[in-house]
Design a protein. Structure first.
Length: 676
């Protein structure tokens, strides 16, 4: 039966009425009718739609929550990247920002720029796409280039219109903004969670993020999220005003929420005055903010200023100072990082600061511990530096217990018991048990199998992670005990890949002394230093037995590197791993110490340009075998430069310094002469 023509008109009248009520309530924050009136109109619309389901539209206020839960979010590629903002933390930073703008625009210094000011909401950046005024997609910022499609969830947020109001909007309009959870909604959410015995959210931002990424939009609808627009992206089939503030005001006339605190000011001085004024009212706002965003108001100037790789030049976020609290240090413990760094960590009585419950704070290194003179039992002031990282600011000395003892750096690693080394020139202390330390295991293995070390093709980062997590590999020596069945059962491996990898592992047993020394991962011993050790000492036994004095007599090895080498070979665990590798069949030829076999010993060579008869890597390898050091840059200490086609600044510098230059033909003749 064909519906009465008055029914579609009545439906649209009711929908427009509800959109207007929503606009007053959620966007203007100025409701003109009681909730009962809104409910009456809503029920009237719903009843009429139930009678005529063929007339229901996706933009109807009754359709905000009507979709089935998703199984996963799909990816969305942003047509225009959603960039980050550079940060300012002081008045000086703001004046420097203004000066950079003046310099780039070549304005007279006393000509003030106009800035649009907006509170920096502590929420989740999103993109809304409207076509012909209808909301067709919502997406998260993601990595700036690709986000997640959250269309069903953004449709549940009352401050986001499903259909733009009024007229004159572009055919395609991308609106960008921040979805956040107001303080009152956050309080209600956590009160309900506690009543159910659930874990509460730690802050409104996490609550908003968790709510927005629910696969069931009905859950999102219950979280009372809001959105505030701060910019536009793609615009086609229409025009917008020529300045940022007026663009936002135009969005508001189409039913989108903008921040009531937005203002336009002159120059950095005006920005700082706005910043100070809002800082004083920060805790009185209905939502969390972590700073102020300042944007050059004139769109033409924005376009002239352009972008850097990750941020617009014409905008900056002036962050608020970190919030602080006082708590007590329960203990100071030491953690071992993946590179062996020993980091002191303060275990704290949990304290709520900057919107997060903090129970740990890094102390970075022993220099910081000594600077603060922090001890177990101390009362300390905690700050969330940049509103992100918990930091111990200072100790309240008048509250120090009488029995508080100064913190001592442990002599041995808390994970593997190897010696802890702290050289005089470095702030960081490190575990010396690189091959055997559980905390460093994955990094040690990744280095061992790398191309310039043992060159085990097919043993990538993810596979190493999996082998360690399944406890199949504890040290490099265990790689040579792996079986086909073990590897074939790993994720994304299979029989063919397992066979190929086992062959690559077996091939790595035959290596060179320099490659093996480099593969051990001794701190500060890179490829060149490893080759220097091999050429100078000739055998691994001689390197392992060398004293710090003997090592320092080797070219390019100073006291710090010498200390690391001696300490590494002093550890019993490291020696045991080396023995196990040799027993597994890893072998090499010792290097002849006869001067005749190293005619280029003590010389420094530089390769530049394109070599046509052999890869530069092969030329480097042959020069190294003859005792030369192959450097990456030309200096007064360079003995020879080999220049192929395309040689540039290195060749010019060599000529300026009167350093001998040879072409590839001369290099090939030299290598042939020495290799005969």
């Amino acid at each position: 039966m064909k519906p009465d023509t008055s029914i579609p008109q009545l439906l649209e009248q009711l929908r427009d009425q509800l959109r207007h009520y929503n606009y007053q309530y959620y966007v203007l924050d100025d409701p003109q009718v009681p909730d009962a009136e809104y409910d009456r109109v809503f029920q009237q619309l719903k009843a009429l739609e139930d009678e005529h389901p063929e007339l229901i539209t996706a933009e109807s206020p009754t359709q905000r929550v009507g979709a089935a839960p998703l199984t996963a979010f799909t990816q969305v590629r942003h047509e225009m990247p959603m960039l980050s903002l550079d940060n300012a933390f002081s008045a000086d930073d703001m004046y420097s920002f203004e000066k950079r703008l003046h310099d780039r625009l070549k304005w007279i210094e006393d000509t003030p720029l106009t800035f649009a000011c907006e509170p920096k909401l502590d929420g989740i950046a999103v993109s809304l796409l409207y076509e012909q005024g209808r909301l067709v997609r919502g997406a998260t910022r993601g990595d700036g280039s690709t986000g997640e499609d959250i269309s069903l969830n953004v449709r549940t947020i009352e401050s986001i219109p499903l259909q733009l109001m009024g007229a004159g909007y572009p055919e395609r309009l991308e609106v960008r903004g921040e979805i956040y959870m107001p303080r009152r909604s956050f309080t209600r959410l956590n009160e309900a969670a506690l009543k159910r015995g659930d874990k509460p959210f730690v802050n409104p931002r996490n609550a908003a993020a968790g709510s927005l990424r629910q696969l069931d939009p009905k859950i999102t609808a219950q979280r009372s999220l809001e959105m505030c627009c701060y910019s536009v992206g793609v615009v086609s089939g229409g025009e917008l005003p020529d300045n940022h503030a007026d663009i936002l005001r135009q969005l508001a006339t189409w039913g989108l929420k903008i921040n009531a605190e937005m203002a336009v000011v002159q120059g950095a001085k005006g920005c700082l005055e706005y910043y100070d004024a809002l800082s004083e009212r920060r805790n009185q706002l209905a939502y969390e903010i972590d700073g102020i965003v300042f944007k050059v108001n004139d769109i033409a100037l924005q376009q002239r200023l352009g972008f850097v790789s990750r941020a617009p030049r014409w905008a900056i976020a002036h962050k608020f100072p970190a919030q602080e609290e006082i708590t007590q240090v329960k203990a100071i413990e030491f953690q071992v990082g993946r590179t062996g760094a020993i980091t002191p960590v303060a275990r704290l009585e949990p304290v709520f600061v900057g919107g997060v419950t903090v129970s740990n704070a890094t102390l970075h290194n022993m220099d910081e511990v000594e600077r603060l003179d922090v001890r177990a039992g101390d009362s300390v002031i905690i700050r969330r530096a940049g509103d992100v990282i918990p930091q111990v600011v200072s100790v309240v000395l008048e509250r120090r217990p009488a029995d508080a003892e100064a913190v001592q750096l442990p002599a041995t690693c808390p994970v593997c018991d190897a010696e802890v080394i702290r050289v005089a020139s470095e702030a960081v202390a490190r575990c010396s048990g690189g091959l055997s330390c559980g905390a460093q295991r994955k990094e040690a293995l990744k280095h061992y199998v790398s191309r310039k070390a043992m060159d085990i093709d097919g043993l990538g980062e993810k596979l190493i992670d999996a082998l360690v997590e399944k406890e199949l590999v504890h040290s490099p020596a265990d790689l040579y005990q792996l079986h086909h069945r073990q590897l074939a059962s790993m994720e994304r491996m299979g029989d063919k890949s397992a066979t190929k990898l086992l062959q690559s592992i077996d091939n790595s047993k035959a290596t060179e002394l320099a490659n093996f020394i480099y593969a051990l991962g001794i701190r500060e011993v890179g490829e060149a230093t490893a080759r220097t050790l091999a050429l100078h000492f000739g055998s691994l036994e001689a390197v392992m037995a060398a004293s710090e004095e003997q090592l320092q007599a080797t070219p390019d090895i100073g006291p710090v590197v010498a200390q690391y080498i001696v300490s590494f070979f002093h550890q019993v665990h490291n020696r045991e791993v080396i023995d196990a590798l040799r027993q597994a069949g890893v072998h090499w030829q010792d290097v002849s110490l006869d001067q005749a076999s190293q005619p280029l010993l003590g010389q420094t060579w530089v390769l530049t340009g394109t070599l046509e008869q052999m890869p530069r890597s092969e030329a480097k390898k042959q020069l190294l075998a003859l005792g030369a050091k192959v450097a990456g840059s030309v200096s007064a200490k360079t003995d020879y430069v080999v220049a192929g086609p395309g040689a540039g600044s290195k060749l010019q510098k060599a000529e300026a310094l009167n350093i001998p230059v040879m072409d590839e033909a001369e290099l090939m003749a030299l290598l042939t002469q020495y290799n005969e």
